[in-house]
Each structure stands twice: as structure tokens, then as C-alpha cells.
Design a protein around this ligand. Structure first.
Ligand code: NAD
Length: 471
């Protein structure tokens, strides 16, 4: 297979189905030359795309969304086959992709330049122009949605983009890019380059002609990417890991909170940056809350995400599953928590060929245990109790992360304190893990730099020029 003009045949990367280990496709292992070609072509495409009227750009995004919605089922099946999530979640993610494009299509023309007049300086005008070629490096956990968060504001503002998907989940991104192209997106405005982080990711991060880099992934890779990007002074947005806390107060609606905990943790097999990764429950209601989450979890159907009624699929990779099991075992072996349910690879012979892990609840967990401090990217819910709100907020803030946190209560003073005192980019009240495209999304501390989504995302892909006219 060839990618890029005049290239030699490439080595191939196999894409595996996490449910059974079978090979479902192959993509080229791109080279530095492929990344450079893509940037060159995207730079050439910029000159006409940046001059295309915003209304016409919006039309293409609307048409793309419509096409994606029409092909939702097929795209969702592909997503489940390469990523592992239940088909219901894939259907929602594909719909989310379309919704994000529609959102940016609907607001792309709504950022006119500002102007004013001063007796000293004359006319003061702020004009906004697209940056040029932007790059995105994305992970495997929500490939379609994260791709939309990157391409939506970039394309709507007249920039072009080179996007590197994860090497383990590139197929849905390629299929989605095909829909944009079939909807009239001019050639080379969006380039997808497949390959490894060390080759393609590094090439994009260091490329002098890329003006902006939006990275989503782990903290360690984010730090590396930021340092690779620094010498070329590109605008860099980092969306990194999280260890979201859920605080369940004594007056919480117990059933709603238990349902929220279970869906907020086991959604996408626990592999979501804003999943609930730690629960702090008030000691007065801890017993009932724990019984309720155990009961809900016991009804889970685990299996291949394409089977009907499956609530939780496999972990994305075998390595990911082994890491999750290791941290559970270490918690138990060091007496820092107890297994209430789960803690095993799988309980059915038919699941052995996939990367399955049973939904796991740990109780009496030491708030200083690594399972509470580090990001555990898998279906493990550690629970511990608190007696005062001060204590709960202190625990919630006591990690290097600051992505999201939720508080479950109907008390106005508690809500007010949580909003004020929780160090997180997103604070939910009586809900968790909901991310509408209309509002900013991103984290504090090691969870990242910058925000995506919302109208401000458009601004981050525009250069401002101040013009002072003395008539
Ligand atoms: P990862 O950091 O391993 O990889 C992310 C991307 O970076 C991949 O495309 C990878 O190929 C690329 N990459 C790897 N090494 C690179 C290098 N040296 N230079 C340039 N690029 C390189 O992350 P992952 O395992 O794919 O994803 C899981 C992580 O992503 C979790 O930590 C999760 O919390 C985080 N995440 C964050 C958000 C958010 O919006 N904050 C959303 C989803 C996932």
C-alpha cells in the first residue's frame, strides 16, 4: 500500500479487535517524509480554504454531519471493532461527532473583528485571521469525538489540519475523514497521517510550518510533546489525564448517585479522561451507597461490544488490562483497600481471547493509595468515606490532576463551596461525565493547558491583528 505522492511501499501496522485479538485492518506506518508531505499539501490548501467564505465552510461541515449521521450504524460498528466499546456507546460517539461539527458550522461566522474609536489613536480595529496549518495528535479512547473537537474549530475558522490518530484505533478517523471529503471538503484541507507517536507525532510536534498543535493523551506524552513543540513556538493545547473525584454528600439522592457512579466509572470500560476515578461518600450513607453500586454492577453484561445488551466491552489493549490488574493487586497486597466485587481478568472462558476485566469495586481504600492518586484507565472504582466536607474537598484536590470533579447534594452552601474550592476544569453537580460542545472543556494542574470546545475554541485558532487608523 502507498500513502503520499511518490512514496515507497510502507510497513503496515495491524489494527486488532480488543474483543478477540483478531486483525481487523492495517494502516501504513507513516514516515517523517509522509508527515512533511502532508504539511506541505495542507499549507498549499490553506491559501484557498482560508479565503473561502465562512458560510461555504459551514455548508461543508453541515453536509459532513448529515452524511455521518446517515452512516452512523456502519461507523459505530467499525468503532466498536477497533476500540472495543459497546455498540450503544459507539452510536452515541458518532452522533457526538456530527453534533460537534454542526455546532461549529452554526457559529463559524459569528466572530467578527472588534472595532472602536479613540480621540488619541483614531479607529481601533481588531481583525482575526486563521493561523495556517494546525496539527492534532489524538488517543484511542474516544477517537471520533476527540477528532471532532480538533477539526471542528480548525476547519470552521479557515485553517487546515494534519491529524495523527492513535496507531491502535485509526480506522474510524480515516472513515470520518472520507465523509468530509465526500461532502466537498477540498483536497488536502484535512490530512490524516497514520503511524507511531515517535515518528509521526514527533514530526508534527517539531515541524516549523505548523502553527498550532492540539494534543490529547497521557501526561507523560503531553510533557514530551510540549517540549518537542517549544523550539518552534507553536500554540500548544494539552488535554491530558484525569483522576476525577465524586463527592457523595449525606443528603444526596442515593439511587441517582449510585447510578451516576457506575455509569461514570464503567462507561467505555473505565477508559475516559473524565471518568469517575475516586469516590468519597459520606460515612452516614456509605453502607447503602456501596450496596447499591454493587447491585447495579452485578447486573452488568460483559462481552463483545457488538453483541446486543452488552454493558461493558474489553479494555483496549492487553497491556492496558495488565496494568489495571497490577494496580488492583498492589492495592490489596499492601492492605490499602479491599475488593468488594471484580478484581479478576474475566469469569467466562469465552472472554479469554479478549482483553476483558470484570468491573471492580474497591472499598475502605486509603486516600493515599496509588489507585486513588494516579490515573487508573480501566474499570476500577475505589470508594472511601468522609465525615466533613473539608475532608472530602481536601482528598479530591490531593492529586496532581485537575480535570473534573462532581458533587452530589441538594444543599446550596455545599454546592457553592464545591464550585469555589474544587481544583478542576469542570465541576458537575448531581451529574458527571457530560461534555456539551457549547462550553469550555479542559483541565488544571497536570490535566492540561488550554481549553477546547465552546466559542473560545474558535478564538484559539485565530490570530488577532490590531489596526490603528489615524484618519
Ligand atoms: P498516549 O499519551 O499514549 O498517546 C496519545 C497520542 O500521542 C497517540 O496518538 C500517540 O501515538 C501519540 N504519541 C505517543 N508518543 C509520542 C511522542 N513521543 N511524540 C508525539 N506523539 C506521541 O495516550 P493514550 O494511551 O492514547 O490515551 C490515554 C490518555 O489520554 C489518558 O491519560 C487519558 O486521560 C488521556 N485523555 C485525555 C483527554 C482530555 O481531553 N483531557 C481525553 C481523552 C484521553
Amino acid at each position: 500500500m502507498k500513502i503520499g505522492p511518490g512514496d515507497e511501499p510502507h510497513e503496515q501496522i495491524s489494527v486488532l479487535n480488543p474483543a478477540d485479538g483478531s486483525i481487523i485492518g492495517e494502516v501504513p506506518a507513516g514516515t517523517r517524509q509522509d508527515a512533511d508531505n502532508a504539511v506541505l499539501l495542507a499549507r498549499e490548501a490553506f491559501s484557498s480554504w482560508s479565503r473561502t467564505d465562512a458560510t461555504n465552510r459551514s455548508k461543508i461541515l453541515f453536509t459532513s454531519a448529515e452524511r455521518v449521521r446517515a452512516d452512523q450504524k456502519e461507523l459505530a460498528v467499525l468503532l466498536t471493532r477497533e476500540q472495543g466499546k459497546p455498540i450503544r456507546e459507539s452510536m452515541n460517539e458518532i452522533a457526538g461527532f456530527a453534533r460537534v461539527l454542526e455546532y461549529y458550522a452554526s457559529i463559524s461566522g459569528s466572530l467578527p473583528g472588534d472595532y472602536g474609536k479613540s480621540s488619541s489613536y483614531g479607529h481601533m480595529v481588531v481583525a482575526r485571521q486563521p493561523l495556517g496549518v494546525c496539527a492534532a495528535i489524538i488517543p484511542w479512547n474516544m477517537p471520533a469525538l476527540i477528532m471532532a473537537w480538533k477539526i471542528g474549530p480548525v476547519l470552521a475558522t479557515g485553517n487546515t489540519m494534519v491529524l495523527k490518530p492513535s496507531k491502535t484505533a485509526p480506522l474510524t478517523c480515516i472513515a470520518l475523514a472520507g465523509h468530509l471529503s465526500a461532502s466537498g471538503l477540498p483536497e488536502d484541507v484535512l490530512k490524516i497521517v497514520t503511524g507511531t507517536g515517535e515518528v509521526i507525532g514527533k514530526s508534527l510536534a517539531t515541524h516549523p510550518d505548523i502553527r498550532s498543535l492540539s494534543f490529547t493523551g497521557s501526561v507523560d506524552t503531553g510533557i514530551r510533546v510540549a517540549s518537542l513543540a517549544a523550539p518552534t513556538l507553536k500554540k500548544t493545547i494539552l488535554e491530558l489525564g484525569g483522576s476525577d473525584a465524586m463527592i457523595v454528600c449525606h443528603d444526596a439522592d442515593l439511587k441517582a448517585a449510585a447510578k451516576g457512579a457506575v455509569s461514570g466509572r464503567f462507561f467505555n470500560c473505565g477508559q475516559t479522561c473524565t471518568a469517575i476515578k475516586r469516590v468519597f461518600v459520606h460515612e452516614q450513607i456509605a453502607g447503602s451507597f456501596i450496596n447499591e453500586i454493587k447491585e447495579l454492577t452485578s447486573r452488568f453484561k460483559i462481552g463483545n461490544g457488538l453483541e446486543s445488551g452488552v454493558d461493558m466491552g474489553p479494555l483496549h489493549t492487553r497491556r492496558q488490562r495488565d496494568l489495571v490488574h497490577e494496580i488492583v493487586r498492589n492495592t490489596i497486597d499492601s492492605d490499602m483497600g479491599q475488593v468488594l466485587t471484580g478484581g479478576v481478568l474475566s469469569d467466562a472462558g469465552s472472554l479469554n481471547s479478549g482483553n476483558f476485566y470484570m468491573p471492580t469495586i474497591l472499598t475502605d481504600v486509603d486516600p493515599d493509595a496509588p489507585v486513588m492518586k494516579e490515573e487508573v484507565f480501566g474499570p476500577v472504582l475505589p470508594v472511601t468515606t468522609f465525615s466533613t466536607l473539608d475532608e472530602a474537598i481536601d482528598h479530591a484536590n490531593a492529586t496532581r490532576f485537575g480535570l473534573g470533579s462532581s458533587v452530589w447534594t441538594h444543599d446550596a452552601r455545599t454546592i457553592s463551596r464545591a464550585i469555589e474550592e474544587l481544583n478542576a476544569g469542570i465541576i458537575w453537580v448531581n451529574q458527571h461525565l457530560r461534555i456539551p460542545p457549547e462550553v469550555p472543556f479542559g483541565g488544571m494542574k497536570s490535566s492540561g493547558i488550554g481549553r477546547e470546545n465552546g466559542r473560545n475554541a474558535l478564538l484559539s485558532y485565530l490570530e488577532e491583528k490590531t489596526i490603528l487608523i489615524n484618519p
